[in-house]
Design a protein around this ligand. Structure first.
Ligand SMILES: NC(=O)c1ccc[n+]([C@@H]2O[C@H](COP(=O)([O-])OP(=O)(O)OC[C@H]3O[C@@H](n4cnc5c(N)ncnc54)[C@H](O)[C@@H]3O)[C@@H](O)[C@H]2O)c1
Ligand SMILES: [Zn+2]
Length: 395
């Protein structure tokens, strides 16, 4: 008999081209009278901030716009958003943007509700209770933060990327309008899109739920591979195989954009219940040394980690090839298909292309090894030597 598992999502998912027009109605239903809308200058210029502000205003909701979002947000950016929110005391937070802005919205909402600063909640299940109403509206298709239990920022003072996970962090509403992603430039489309695939593959190949090694007394949103996680990951892999290259090649391909918006959502639902694993642990370590987009780092590392995880997961790796629909037949071919896809959409092929130097590798392996909460999701436990071999192969 299998173990007990659970499945969590955003409180409500509103999905569809033009769905942004319903934001006023959605917010009114939650009883929101004033909201802090966290976004950034690029999205303001692209006219996307106005698309969110208008329906809120029409519903009589006071909107406090904060354009302090930045890619891969730092602790300082999070503190600046939080400072503004503490001054303005809105009754809801809305995150509009890629994973970076949505994560800033999560960091702000949790600290505004429970006090303190982002660092107080680092790790697994540290939030003491529900947070204030939070709506997340993705403008990239990739991170799945709109439905996930996670937020991430870089503590530039310590030079490390820190995350927190808690089911209380899931937005009340994920409002997903694929039309908002049409203006994503090819690099952002590729980097965020491959992240969705990484989420799905890490969930699809994760350690089984029955064997998930959670020490007694510890809690986690991550539970290992379970049927709902597999169902979500299957959808995400299929959609990414079909639509990622198309979305990168032609940003106005509405069918591809919609497919990728779904892939990101499914990927988010998969990883935030099953867990992310060694690709993410390595990426956090790499990003502590060089500035790289989360998706590009993940995409680069993915085939190398798949190769390491192959023993014991041959069947799943072969299935991934089938789901991608790129003509792969066996497990090895699947990994090559993923590497080929990554190359074709312009993910840098080697760590040295990101500015990584040989001398950084041992410390990267060290940092990765310390991420036990993520590593325990991985189907195979790496030693320091294993990590060095993976990093050298990727270098
Ligand atoms: N919380 C989670 O569950 C989770 C999961 C995965 C990744 N992340 C985090 O998300 C971040 C990466 O997010 P991302 O890949 O979505 O990119 P991003 O949010 O960093 O955005 C990248 C750039 O693209 C621009 N952009 C976004 N949407 C656009 C649009 N529609 N048109 C034009 N420009 C647009 C942004 O202004 C920004 O400059 C990382 O910090 C990563 O750690 C979080
Ligand atoms: Zn990710």
């Amino acid at each position: 008999m299998g173990a007990t598992w659970t499945f969590h999502s955003a409180g409500q998912i509103v999905f569809g081209p033009g769905a942004i027009g319903q934001l006023g109605e959605v917010a009114t239903r939650l009883g929101i009278r004033s909201a802090q809308l966290i976004s950034d200058k690029i999205l303001d210029k692209a006219g996307i901030v106005e698309k969110a502000r208008l329906p809120l205003r029409q519903a009589g909701i006071e909107v406090l716009v904060d354009l302090g979002g930045e890619p891969e947000p730092t602790w300082a950016a999070a503190m600046a958003c939080l400072g503004k929110a503490r001054e303005r005391k809105p009754d809801a937070i809305i995150g509009l943007g890629g994973g970076s802005n949505m994560d800033l919205a999560k960091l702000t909402a949790k600290c505004l509700t429970h006090g303190g600063e982002p660092g107080d909640y680092t790790g697994d299940d540290r939030l003491p209770g529900p947070i204030m109403p939070l709506i997340c509206i993705p403008t990239t298709a990739g991170t799945g933060s709109e439905v996930s239990c996670a937020d991430v920022y870089t503590d530039h003072r310590q030079g490390i990327k820190l995350g927190s996970i808690s089911n209380y962090l899931r937005p009340k509403v994920a409002l997903i309008d694929p039309l908002l992603t049409h203006s994503c430039p090819p690099k952002v489309t590729a980097d965020s899109g491959i992240d969705a695939l990484v989420h799905a593959i890490e969930a699809y190949t994760a350690v089984d739920n029955e064997r998930f090694p959670l020490p007694p007394g510890q809690k986690s949103c991550y539970q290992g591979r379970h049927p709902m996680g597999v169902a979500m990951a299957t959808q995400a892999i299929t959609l990414a195989g079909r639509f990622l290259e198309r979305a990168v090649a032609n940003g106005s391909d509405a069918e591809a954009r919609e497919g990728m918006a779904l892939a990101a959502m499914y990927g988010g639902l998969a990883f935030s219940n099953v867990g992310v694993a060694l690709v993410h642990a390595l990426e956090y370590a790499v990003a502590s040394f060089v500035h790289v987009s989360h998706g590009a780092g993940n995409g680069l590392l993915l085939p190398h980690v798949m190769r390491f995880n192959l023993p014991g997961r041959e069947k799943e790796m072969a299935e991934i090839g089938g789901l991608l629909g790129l003509g792969a037949k066996g497990p090895e071919e699947s990994i090559d298909a993923v590497a080929g896809l990554s190359r074709r959409i312009g993910i840098p092929p080697r760590l040295r292309d990101l500015g990584v130097t040989d001398s950084m590798l041992p410390a990267m392996a060290e940092k990765t090894l310390a991420m036990t909460r993520i590593l325990r999701v991985n189907p195979r436990q790496p030693s320091h030597d294993d990590l060095m071999a993976i990093l050298r192969a990727a270098y």
